[in-house]
Structures are given as C-alpha cells and as structure tokens.
Design a protein around this ligand. Structure first.
Ligand SMILES: NC(=O)C1=CN([C@@H]2O[C@H](COP(=O)(O)OP(=O)(O)OC[C@H]3O[C@@H](n4cnc5c(N)ncnc54)[C@H](OP(=O)(O)O)[C@@H]3O)[C@@H](O)[C@H]2O)C=CC1
Ligand SMILES: N[C@@H](CC=O)C(=O)O
Ligand code: NA
Length: 369
C-alpha cells in the first residue's frame, strides 16, 4: 500500500506529436519530486488513448522507466468513469493532469472534481466549451473542495490567467484585453511577413510550426482561429463576460475555402502549398500601406464584444516586432488606466507549456499538501 503522506499524480497524455507537453511535464515532475521531500509526489497512473500503466494498489510507478513500460504495457485501458473510480478510491490526495486536447476528457472534469480529484491542465476545451460546462466545473469545485488550475490554457506558461485572477480578486475591473494569443500564429506571421526582409512561404512556415511543436495536434485548429477564440473565451469568462462558446463571436479563419472539406490534417498539410498565393495577397496588400499583418484578438468589456482575426500594423508597433512564438497580452483595467499591464514571451512549446502545468501543481499542493 502507498505511503500516507504523499500526493498521487495521474497523467493523461504523454507525447505523440512534436508538442510533447506531457513528456516535458513528466521531466519537470521528476525534478520536483526529487527536490521536494514532503509531501512525496508519486505517480500512480499514466496513459494515452491506447495504452495505460497504473498500479492497482496505488504503489508508485518508476518515473524514470514509466514511458518505456507504458509503451510495452498490456494493461487494459480504463474508460473515463473507470479512471474517475480508480483515482476516487485512492488512499491519498490525487492530482489528475490532463495533457491532451481531448473534448470528452474535458467534459468529464465535473465528475473528477466531484470525487475530490484535483485537476491541472493546458487543455482549453473544458473552459472554452459550453457555458454550462464552465458553470458545472466551478460548482463541482465549490461542492467538493477539489481544485482546478489551467494556467497553460492561455499563453502557455506565461502568467496570464493568474495575473487576470489577481487583478480581479484584488478589486480591479477589466476594461479591455488585447494582443497576440497564439504561439503558432505569432511564429507564422513573424517569419512569413517579417518587419525586415521577404519572409518564407506560408505553407512551409506552417510545416515548421508543426515540427517545432507550436501547433495543436491538428494545425487546422490553429489556422481556423478557434484556438485563439478558445483563449479569449476563457479570459472573457474570468473577466465576467458570460461568452456562450468560442463560435458565438466573430472569428476569422485562415483555412482556404477550397481546403475546408479536407478529411484529415495530413491531407490539409499536403494540399496547403497550392494555396500559398492567398496569404501572399494579404501580405502584399498590407505592404502597400507600409504595414505588416498579424493575427490578433480583443475583448472589449464595455461593449461586451470579442473579436479574433487579421489586422494591419505599422512596422514600429510592438505587435509587429514580436519574435519567434512570442505572445503579447495587454490588460487594460480601471487601476492601470491608459497604460496597460503587459505580459510578453514564448506562447507555445513543450517546456514552457509544461512549466505552467507544473506551477499549477505547486498551487494545488498549497491547498492539499
Ligand atoms: N504544444 C504547445 O505549445 C501547447 C499546448 N497546449 C495544450 O497542451 C495539450 C497537449 O498538447 P501537445 O503536447 O502539443 O499534444 P500532443 O499531440 O503532443 O500530445 C497529446 C497527448 O494526448 C494523448 N491523448 C489524446 N487523446 C487521448 C485520450 N482520449 N485519452 C488519453 N490520451 C489521449 C495523445 O496520445 P494518443 O494520441 O496516443 O492517444 C498524446 O500523448 C493540448 O491541449 C494543447 O492545446 C497548450 C499550450 C501550448
Ligand atoms: N497551438 C497553440 C498552443 C498553445 O496554446 C498556440 O500555438 O498558441
Ligand atoms: Na499561461
């Protein structure tokens, strides 16, 4: 039987694509568990959609070898109710880490929370799905006392959600939030339409963004604007705007009309080069005005409006001058007045995203440790 003064960690999702948030998180968990004597952090479950590894008596799994053991594991997978039941019966406090982008797992959060299972996750789906799911999640936390933190669901590891909550909890009032919210879109436009020089081909930059692990498992989820719309939905809801869903406001898609019917991400990636001229035209139009295009989002609390799409910027504008996968997020509030509180830095990538998840784990430990 597992030792009493411990916190058990269960990880769903490891690394399939280049994103690898799960794998980076496991490395950070290992380092933290070594450094932190109490409570002892023990892994009891790790799984993907096809493989699982868990100890039926909750004995700690070896974090050094668990990925190899998972690859060869012959344990039967558990359905979501089975995972809730297994973790709900654990002899210690449990933190479930959802490192997938799966909708069904997200919709199951209220069940995990109702059983006292804490959740940390970079998955945006639960917090940007239907407004009723959002309400069910927070109701479940109030009823059971379990915690849920999702810092990396906006701006990867950048302290976006914690900052917004701090502003609100200390009595400030949000008037506007705006900026670049996608690591993928930032990388694409910074390299395809740089302030200096010609820039690369659109489809080649999309391929690179996928290889660098910036995109969602299916890059169409970034290019259709929905990933940014999800992030804005989360921030708007925290700010007090009851946005119904990420499709209930204006979102510009960069998917060529001709490719909307592609049946897979692979087919889409294969055909995308045929439509490079469409984005070239958009770039050229901005260049005629001496500007560059960037993909941005805005929440205007006064008029209750959320918007996601392309805008032209002067080359001297801070948004035009971003580098790599950097996000820039400006919070306009009553307290900060005309000069916003600004957060800037890498907005995608396995290690920086896992950092946000690991920092969430530390927050849960403050409550349960
Ligand atoms: N990459 C980044 O820069 C950032 C990512 N995020 C978020 O982090 C999450 C993970 O992203 P990333 O690491 O890039 O994605 P990956 O595709 O690399 O990894 C996703 C993992 O989830 C597993 N998985 C998918 N569906 C299920 C399921 N039903 N049950 C169990 N496991 C499942 C996959 O395994 P398998 O397919 O074998 O089942 C895989 O191991 C996403 O929600 C993403 O939006 C947030 C901020 C930045
Ligand atoms: N695909 C997303 C990953 C982080 O949320 C992005 O590019 O920002
Ligand atoms: Na964040």
């Amino acid at each position: 039987m597992a030792p009493a003064h411990q916190v058990l960690v269960a990880i769903i999702g490891k690394q399939t694509g280049a994103g690898g948030v799960g794998k980076s998180f496991l490395n950070q968990l290992k380092a933290l568990a070594t450094k932190r004597p109490s409570p002892k952090l023990n892994l009891c479950y790790i799984g993907t959609s096809s493989k699982v590894l868990y100890s039926s008596d909750y004995a700690p799994l070896d974090m050094d070898t668990c990925l190899d053991s998972l690859a060869t594991s012959s344990q039967s997978t558990l359905n979501l109710d089975g995972i809730v039941d297994y973790l709900g019966k654990a002899p210690s406090k449990v933190i479930m880490v959802d490192n997938t982008s799966n909708q069904a797992i997200a919709e199951h959060y209220p069940h995990f929370l109702a059983r006292g299972i804490n959740i940390i996750t970079p998955n945006k789906k639960a917090f940007s799905g239907s407004y009723s799911l959002w309400k069910d999640i927070w109701t479940a936390t109030h009823m059971s006392g379990a915690k849920v933190f999702h810092e990396s669901s906006v701006g990867a590891g950048l302290p976006v959600i914690s900052t917004l909550r701090d502003l609100i909890d200390t009595g400030d009032s949000i008037t506007k939030i705006e900026g670049v919210f996608s690591g993928t879109m930032s990388f694409l436009f910074n390299s395809f339409a740089p302030v200096e020089g010609a820039g690369g081909k659109w489809s080649e930059e999309v391929k690179k963004a996928k290889e660098l692990g910036y995109t969602e498992p299916d890059p169409r989820d970034d290019l259709n604007g929905l990933d940014v719309a999800r992030k804005l939905t989360i921030l708007a809801r925290i700010s007090g705007l009851p946005v119904e869903s990420p499709t209930s406001f204006s979102v510009q898609s960069l998917i060529p009309k001709e490719l909307e019917s592609c049946s897979s991400g692979d087919e889409f990636m294969q055909k995308l080069p045929e439509f490079d001229s469409q984005m070239e035209d958009t770039k050229a139009e901005a260049a005629k005005e001496g500007k560059v295009v960037r993909f941005v989002g805005k929440i205007d609390m006064a008029i209750k409006e959320v918007k996601v799409g392309l805008e032209k910027f002067d080359k001297s504008h801070p948004i035009a001058a971003l580098k790599g996968s950097d996000n820039i997020i400006s919070f306009y509030t009553e307290r900060y007045g005309a000069n916003p509180l600004i957060i800037q830095g890498a907005g995608a990538g396995g290690d920086v995203t896992a950092m946000g998840v690991t920092s969430d784990l530390l927050k849960v430990l403050l409550h349960v440790g």
